[in-house]
Design a protein around this ligand. Structure first.
Ligand code: 4AD
Length: 459
């Protein structure tokens, strides 16, 4: 019975479980016991003369649990995909594949499964699975992705909380274009706000508002880019974790924070999702575990853009795009810098020419470069972008004018430099690219449950 009383100032909560059945993950960590109930979906059924074996999965673990059923059960109705409630005895399994099994004495069918169910007990390609997004997480890769996504988000947020960041929520509707790249989605109806409004490409400018009163803040949410390129690294809707810190004094300090956030998140995923990471190591990338372990054991490499150009020019590799000072680093260049032929681990490239970067990045003393960085990681390329922010009013105003921005529209942003300005900086982690790093998958469309990219917005 639910009890809740006020005694003195203490409130007593009921300890009654909120859910009548435990997850398979929890049950597998407990001792053998009678009278257990599980609920889940049948992944496979194998019928023998007197006994049948069904694998049940409820999304809480990769492998699920093996259920042993006898002739008295309605076995003929138990096809792959059926949703069931099973009662029985949780017993130690004599088999090698699993430690526990469920010896079933009662079956309740919660939802029958039509014979057109497209998932059968065989390996399906990632491309095929993408055509049935609504069933993707019923299979191993899709569900392992979701568990790792959850753990990565938890790891990041844990890192920020430990470092005393405050989570803030930045708007999705905005009248500014943070990156100035023109890849904004316009919001209709256009006369609603009486001015052009877009879906945000980054929460940074708004996060800066809160950093200049709260110190350390972060925001974690979806951002949108009308990105026409159909690459394996680009989505139209993706998630970004963006940190903004006031009172940091140098770019090096910003790199330290970025490095620690990636390393501690990677470690958190490796610790809390061992089974799933091992699955990706076995089926997707045989070097995954090794690569992740190395990245948490060793510091990332740090080099300036100028040094990177020098390395590219001196390498014996032929590149399609120019490697002259002032040109953008292309994917081929980024991949080379992190490859085993060069650094073989994550690399921070810092201090790019100011012409290549947005208006808000702080000018360096050399007059040619800005205090910024891209973090490049093996096999993927750019994972994080960040910079020290221009905190000097006049310099910022000049940079905005040079970028042909309407300073009136951004007066609020300039005001932050007028009313107690402070040195600050921040960075944004592309969450789907982080997921590629953590799973070894090589297309961002595999690591977001319902992907959106140019020409594709199903569901
Ligand atoms: O480098 P970007 O454009 O940086 C910003 O938006 C800054 N305002 C962030 C900040 O300092 N607060 O984007 C950050 C990261 C990239 O490094 C990349 O990982 C990811 O976002 N990214 C994308 N991920 C998927 N699809 C796309 N179209 C992406 N564009 C960028």
């Amino acid at each position: 019975m639910f009890r809740c009383s006020l005694q003195g100032h203490r409130r007593l909560y009921s300890t009654k479980p909120l859910f009548p059945t435990k997850t398979i993950r929890t049950l597998l960590s407990e001792k053998p016991q009678p009278n257990v109930t599980i609920r889940g979906w049948i992944r496979s059924v194998r019928q023998q003369k007197q006994l049948s074996f069904a694998t049940i999965n409820d999304g809480s673990t990769l492998k699920g649990i093996q259920a042993i059923l006898n002739d008295d059960q309605p076995i003929h109705k138990l096809s792959t995909g059926t949703c069931v409630e099973l009662q029985g005895i949780l017993a130690t399994s004599p088999g090698k594949e699993q430690s526990m099994e469920l010896q079933v004495n009662k079956v309740k069918i919660l939802g029958e499964c039509d014979s057109t169910y497209p998932l059968q007990k065989k390996r399906h390609t990632l491309e095929f699975m993408r055509t049935i997004n609504h069933l993707r997480s019923r299979a191993n890769t899709g569900s392992a992705v979701l568990r790792i996504r959850h753990a990565a988000s938890e790891g990041l947020q844990k890192f920020f909380a430990n470092q005393e960041f405050i989570q803030v929520n930045t708007p999705l509707l905005t009248s500014s274009d943070c990156e100035g790249g023109g890849e904004v989605f316009s919001v209709a109806p256009s006369d609603f706000f009486k001015k052009p409004v877009y879906l945000t490409v980054s929460g940074q400018l708004h996060a800066e508002i809160m950093a200049t009163s709260m110190g350390r803040v972060y925001t974690f949410g979806p951002v949108f880019r009308a990105e026409e390129s159909m690459t394996s690294r680009h989505l139209a809707e993706f998630w970004m974790a963006e940190a903004e810190m006031t009172f940091i004094d140098s770019l090096d300090q910003l790199l330290d924070v970025t490095e620690a956030s990636i390393q501690q998140t990677t470690q958190h995923v490796m610790t809390t999702c061992q089974e799933d990471v091992a699955f990706f190591n076995q089926w997707i990338d045989k070097h995954l575990l090794d690569k992740l372990q190395k990245s948490v054991d060793k510091p990332f490499v740090r080099m300036t853009y100028t040094e990177a150009i020098d390395i590219l020019q001196r390498s014996k590799k032929k590149f399609d795009f120019p490697t002259t000072w002032g040109s953008s680093l292309q994917s081929e260049h980024e991949r080379y810098l992190v490859s085993d032929d060069c650094c073989g681990r994550p690399v921070f490239v810092t201090d790019y020419p100011k012409e290549l970067k947005p208006f808000y990045m702080r000018d360096n003393l050399d007059g040619k470069t800005v205090g910024c960085f891209d973090l490049l990681i093996p096999g993927i390329g750019e994972l994080v972008g960040g910079s020290m922010r221009e905190e000097r009013y006049d310099v910022l105003q000049y940079k905005m004018e040079m970028a042909n921005m309407n300073c009136e529209d951004y007066q609020w942003y300039l005001d932050l430099r007028k009313y107690g300005s402070a040195p600050h900086g921040g960075y944004g982690i592309g969450f789907e690219r982080l997921m590629l790093w953590l799973t070894g998958l090589d297309n961002v469309r595999e690591v977001v449950p319902i992907p959106r990219w140019v020409g594709h917005c199903k569901y």
